[in-house]
Design a protein around this ligand. Structure first.
Ligand code: SAM
Length: 250
């Protein structure tokens, strides 16, 4: 049976790669790489650096696929994501089909594969369509863990819940019943819509990389500084990945 490993490689620092991930990487015959266009070339380079550093015990092949574009203008968000996932699954199936009968393939996934990542859903989709392979998941250090560690704060207040959500959802409303909200995938600086809350923000961009930026403080006081730092960094590098924790007193 072919085996597919989904290996979390951390949020940007090659030292985030765990011992378990290194052991898994050294059992792999073929690494699958989805190219996301030149803007994120640095992310592809990091995967290659990880292989150069850690995949040392046996020869391996790299098979590349082109990540399909997603329609970000569509009002029908769920349908647009479904369509993109389907086309992405087709690309993944073509890459997986390059495996020999008993070979092991791997996707190196940014952060932790169980947090806002579509690889596991894509593999489920392919299995449901009749593809045959075993799946193993190696957890990774997420951008959320990295954010909290770099700011030296726990994610939750004592005995309280914490919610992880998207910028799109935070833009709609502050989630009910929680004072601690971690926000990912926020292209629209949704925190600026909540400066009337007495909250603190712990913001981080390019976490774990040499370009890391950290800003923290009362939301109403530092929101503009974060917006400016974000815009400047995005213009300079051509892309940005940022995450933040919003914390209200209960
Ligand atoms: C598709 S999700 C992938 C999350 C990933 N699986 C994880 O465990 O962190 C991409 C989002 O993760 C966050 N992210 C990932 N890496 C990051 C980093 N190095 N610094 C800041 N945010 C990051 C950003 O919110 C970005 O929009």
């Amino acid at each position: 049976m072919r085996e597919i490993m989904v290996v979390g490689v951390g949020a940007g620092d090659p030292e985030h790669v765990t011992v378990q991930a290194v052991n898994a990487i050294n059992r792999v015959d073929v690494f699958f790489m989805l190219d996301k266009g030149e803007v994120k070339q640095e992310l592809i380079d990091l995967r290659h650096e990880i292989l150069t550093r850690y995949a040392t015990s046996r020869p391996y092949r790299v098979v590349r696929g082109q990540d399909p574009d997603r329609d970000r203008t569509s009002a029908a968000y769920a349908e647009a994501v479904d369509d993109w996932r389907r086309r992405r699954a087709d690309v993944c199936l073509r890459m997986i089909d390059s495996l020999g009968p008993d070979e092991t393939g791997a996707f190196l996934v940014w952060g932790d594969p169980v947090l806002y990542d579509s690889t596991l859903a894509i593999l489920d989709d392919l299995l449901a369509r009749g593809a045959e392979f075993d799946v193993q998941v190696i957890p990774g250090i997420s951008s959320v863990s990295t954010l909290a560690a770099r700011h030296r704060v726990p994610l939750n207040q004592v005995g309280r819940p914490v919610q992880i959500t998207t910028g799109r959802r935070l833009a709609a409303e502050w989630p009910a019943g929680v004072d601690d909200v971690v926000v990912m995938l926020d292209a629209q600086t949704a925190f600026t819509q909540h400066t009337d809350h007495e909250a603190d923000i712990y913001w981080g961009a390019y976490l774990g990389t040499p370009d890391e930026i950290l800003i923290a403080g009362p939301l109403a006081e530092v929101a503009d500084r974060i917006v400016a730092a974000r815009a400047e960094a995005r213009a300079r590098k051509g892309w940005i990945m940022d995450t933040y924790l919003l914390r209200r007193n209960p």
